[in-house]
Write a protein that binds this ligand. Structure first.
Ligand code: ADP
Length: 465
């Protein structure tokens, strides 16, 4: 480029010496900004000679006659060297800023990666690869003193084969330290050493390494704390459920037991009862033991559904057939109602027929139980996308809005009916659990005094037959 400038001004464009000097200066500054000080200084010295030789009279010699030209030459050299130094510094600063920005990006990326994972095992497995990814290191080793655990990412086989030296280093390293291409960062809990992080082939400042170490420690602490909270909550919830279940069972069992016991005690009294009274008491015992029996088997069934111990066989089942069998099974309960069926031709659903019949029977019996004798019950089915929805509607007592979500809880019975009709409060809880196992849903819409509609959905069987 120097030769080019000299040639152009010498051979084609005849301009004054100042223009030439300024052009050369531009070249020198450009070199300093682009390639650094060394090139700029070398070029400016060479340029000084060329300038003197070709443009300062007497031209063609390195001699200078006019002292003013000496000054010009010196000014050129000084300006180009000082200018170069300044543009070199600007370049360095820009480079520095870029590096710092990159490190900030690294930290930001890392914090995002590490704070996403909420369980400790998952987190520990992601730390090394995440650091490798964001710092562009060749390999990363994370070593934790607790349990002597080592997590590797990248080609880390060459680094620290034995845990003893890692352990030693983790226990003794006071601050981040770089040895060759390897950066070592101590990890701490408070002031206690927790482990060490080794990055291979990433050039990061000590501050960034320190920040990475802090970030890793914080994310491990956070995941541990979260896991403890979740575990605590789960235990509390299962405790709560268990005690609720025991409370309810004891309470529900006590009522029929008390009735049976009272009847039996009275029956044992000598000669005070008429034949009719004896018969009534025996009927109470008969009914109440039936109820007791139902209660116990439903509680067991619910517990099995909860523990997923129930085996279901899903196969394509025609909706019409399911409905027909359930209606037959509830014939006695439905005797005092008129049942109106609306079941169009539908694709078969994927279901365990025995369990779905149980759901249908339960909903039909509820509809009969919680509505006046003689009132109609409607059963309809329709397709909704990839689901079939089956609804059972009654014109009965209805359910208060505040209780509509509670009736699906085990043992819950709405206040009005619980005293008037017998029941266990388990039917809907069991039905919902069965439908959930089918990837279906069960919901209710109801208005007090108007009636209720229970709707459940089942997935359409994809490969019918
Ligand atoms: P159970 O009928 O044995 O009490 P369920 O779990 O089947 O238990 O029902 C829970 C409660 O939901 C019932 O006690 C009743 O209060 C309410 N319920 C269920 N079905 C109906 C319905 N069709 N109409 C009004 N209330 C209903």
């Amino acid at each position: 480029m120097l030769a080019g400038i000299v040639a152009v001004y010498r051979l084609w464009l005849h301009v004054n010496a100042t223009t030439v000097a300024l052009t050369l200066l531009m070249l020198v500054l450009f070199l300093a900004a682009r390639f650094g000080l060394r090139y700029a200084v070398a070029t400016s010295i060479l340029a000084t000679f060329l300038y003197n030789f070709y443009f300062l009279p007497p031209i063609g010699t390195l001699i200078i006659n006019d002292p003013q030209n000496w000054l010009a030459l010196f000014a050129f050299l000084a300006t180009s060297v000082v200018g170069s130094r300044m543009s070199e510094r600007a370049r360095e600063e820009a480079e520095d800023a870029r590096l710092r920005q990159r490190e900030l990006e690294v930290l930001y990326g890392l914090s995002r990666e590490l704070l996403q994972t909420e369980n400790v095992a998952g987190l520990l497995n992601t730390i090394a690869p995440a650091i490798m990814l964001v710092t562009r290191a060749v390999s990363v080793v994370l070593y934790l003193l607790d349990g002597d655990r080592r997590y590797l990412a990248g080609d880390a086989t060459s680094v620290f084969q034995d845990d003893i030296s890692l352990r030693q280093l983790a226990l003794t390293l006071p601050a981040p330290d770089s040895v060759g291409r390897e950066s070592r960062v101590p990890l701490r809990v408070g002031v206690r050493p927790r482990g060490i992080l080794i990055l291979n082939g990433a050039s990061l400042s000590t501050e960034t390494l320190l920040a990475i170490g802090g970030l890793v420690s914080i994310s491990i602490d956070r995941a541990q704390a979260l896991e403890e909270v979740t575990r605590g909550e789960a235990t509390k919830e299962s405790e709560r459920l268990r005690s609720l279940m025991i409370d309810s069972i004891t309470h529900e069992l006590r009522t029929p037991l008390t009735a049976i016991k009272a009847s039996a005690t009275t029956l044992l009294l000598p000669d005070v009862l008429s034949e009719e009274q004896r018969h009534d008491l025996l009927a109470v015992i008969d009914e109440e033991s039936d109820r007791l029996n139902r209660l116990v088997s439903e509680a067991v069934e619910m517990a099995q559904l909860d523990a997923q111990e129930v085996h279901m066989t899903f196969s394509p089942a025609p909706v019409g057939e399911l409905v027909e069998r359930a209606v037959e099974a509830s014939a006695i309960t439905l005797a005092e109602h008129t049942l109106k069926l609306t079941v169009p031709a539908l694709p078969p659903v994927l279901a365990d027929t025995a369990f779905i019949e149980k759901v249908l029977v339960n909903l039909l019996e509820n509809a009969a139980k919680y509505s006046a004798k003689g009132s109609p019950i409607f059963l309809s089915a329709e397709r909704r996308g990839e689901q079939v929805a089956i609804s059972i509607a009654d014109r009965g007592v209805g359910i208060d809005a505040s209780e509509q979500s509670l009736i699906f809880d085990r043992f819950y019975r709405a206040h009005v009916q619980s005293r008037q009709t017998s029941g266990t409060g388990m039917g809907l809880a069991i039905s919902r659990a069965i439908l959930e196992a089918h990837h279906g849903t069960l919901s209710v819409t109801s208005q007090v005094g108007e009636g209720s509609v229970f709707t459940f959905t089942l997935p359409v069987a994809r490969h019918a037959g």
